[in-house]
Design a protein around this ligand. Structure first.
Ligand code: S3P
Length: 444
């Protein structure tokens, strides 16, 4: 749902950040837990769910599609309707700020014989949907939206869907997942081929829910084959903590003098952990403690200490998908490192909650950092530890990760940094301000 009036927030240079930061549950896994639980007959129980606005909006949507979704104590309990059992919502589905929410829901509902109208906030209404509705048309669904394939949009689902074979033209887990969720209610085998591996939570969770799904690395790319119309089995899910949220206290600790922060229980699925590898390549004092496996996912406690010797690097472009949400905060670290950080193969950043290259480049330049950019690349010239002037108000464009990145910039800059609206932080990291304050950050 759209949030209220803009709430500016300022972060000033912080003393050392120290202590333990328990970040919330993984956003990607939280959305999928609600959606898959709703497509399963029986009771799915979820703990550690991210209670951010994006996920709450998906929970509300699943109720509109006929599932029961409620919180009992610490556990979210979902009574689903079974594969093919979604009901026609009585009203427009408002996905707020969430691209993952709307795209996965469009997929899940597209092989049901009814129409659904989707909308969202100003950010979501500006984002491209054809990347999802194109493959959904192959199942037999039809989409009617605003020009440029934007929301609000009505998707008329296929009453008699056919399975599809689809090569994703963009590296996007949202597109892949939309096709797989649509394939759940199509007879026969739906195949998605991705040339670059993207986050694989949908594949892992579909398997966990009892679907027949195979993944094979071939010369064509990753070939994912799903047998349609399975009977999904209810699950008990413990959502791991979100590496994309962990990125903020970790990066803050690396650039604020004297810091030493522990961020426990972080999922380090290789399709998500690219930022941490990149930081280590830059010379960050970042260690994985107590590395273990939980629920089939690698997990560790991250320990980050102030790292004044970090150097800019050329980030391997093939790593982009595994850190796509982390480039904004990486650019803040890069500004505080020595030398130039080069990020290529990142044009997807231009169609996130905002144009993230433009949003970061504009604010960083105002703060005294040299940034160059092109359609699918950008370069940040580091000013060394404490070298960023700051003293700006950054425009956040309804983008939670832009807001958090600039606030972290303020903690390591000479003058405070203000963001024009901290409200969207609640979409993914509602406890951000309290958590960072407990570590020693100063907000006003
Ligand atoms: C997500 C996939 C990514 C990511 C988003 C969450 C998901 O988007 O940016 O925050 O849960 O599938 P794309 O798949 O479009 O790259």
């Amino acid at each position: 749902m759209s949030h209220g009036p803009a709430t500016p927030l300022t972060a000033a240079a912080a003393g050392p950040l120290t202590g333990t930061a328990h970040v919330p549950g993984d956003k990607s896994i939280s959305h999928r837990s609600l959606i898959l639980g709703a497509m399963t007959v029986g009771e799915t129980r979820v703990t550690g769910l991210l209670e951010g606005q994006d996920v709450l909006d998906t929970g509300r949507a699943m109720r509109a599609f006929g599932a029961q979704v409620e919180k009992q104590g610490d556990t979210w309990v979902i009574h689903g309707v079974g594969t093919g059992g979604l009901a026609e919502p009585e009203d427009v589905i408002d996905c707020g700020n969430s691209g993952t929410g709307v795209r996965l829901l469009m997929g899940a509902a597209a092989t049901h014989g009814f129409a659904v109208t989707y909308t969202g906030d100003a950010s979501l209404r500006s984002r491209p949907m054809a990347r999802v509705t194109d493959p959904l048309a192959l199942f037999g669904a039809r989409a009617y939206g605003r020009s440029g394939g934007r929301l609000p949009m009505t998707v008329v689902g296929a009453a008699e869907p056919v399975p599809v074979r689809y090569v994703t033209p963009v590296p996007s887990a949202q597109v892949k997942s939309a096709v797989l969720l649509a394939g759940l209610n199509a007879p026969g085998e739906t195949v998605v081929i991705e040339r670059e591996a993207t986050r694989d939570h949908s594949e892992r969770m579909l398997r966990g829910f009892g679907a027949e799904i195979t993944v094979e690395d071939t010369s064509e790319g990753r070939v994912i084959a799903l047998t349609g119309q399975p009977e999904l089995r209810p699950q008990t899910i413990v959502v791991p903590r979100d590496p994309s949220s962990a990125a903020f206290p970790v990066c803050a600790a690396l650039i604020v003098p004297g810091s030493d922060v522990l961020v426990p229980n972080i999922g380090l699925n290789p399709t998500r952990a690219g930022l941490f590898e990149t930081l280590r390549d830059m010379g960050a004092d970042l260690t994985y403690e107590n590395a273990r496996e939980e629920g089939g996912e690698p997990v560790a406690d991250l320990r980050a200490r102030f790292s004044p010797a970090m150097k800019g690097i050329e980030v391997p472009p093939e790593r982009a998908a595994s850190m796509i949400d982390e480039y904004p905060i990486l650019s803040v670290v890069a500004a505080n490192a020595e030398g130039t950080t080069v990020m290529r193969g990142v044009k997807e950043l231009r169609v996130k909650e905002s144009d993230r290259i433009d949003a970061m480049a504009t604010g960083l330049r105002d703060a005294g950092v040299t940034v160059r950019d092109g359609a699918d690349w950008w370069k940040v010239e580091g000013r060394g530890p404490g070298g960023v002037t700051g003293g700006i108000t950054a425009a956040t464009h309804l983008d939670h990760r832009i807001a958090m990145s600039f606030l972290i910039l303020g903690m390591a800059s000479q003058k405070p940094v203000t963001v024009d609206d901290a409200g969207p932080i609640a979409t993914s990291f509602p406890i951000f301000r309290d958590l960072m304050t407990a570590l020693g950050a100063t907000f006003s």
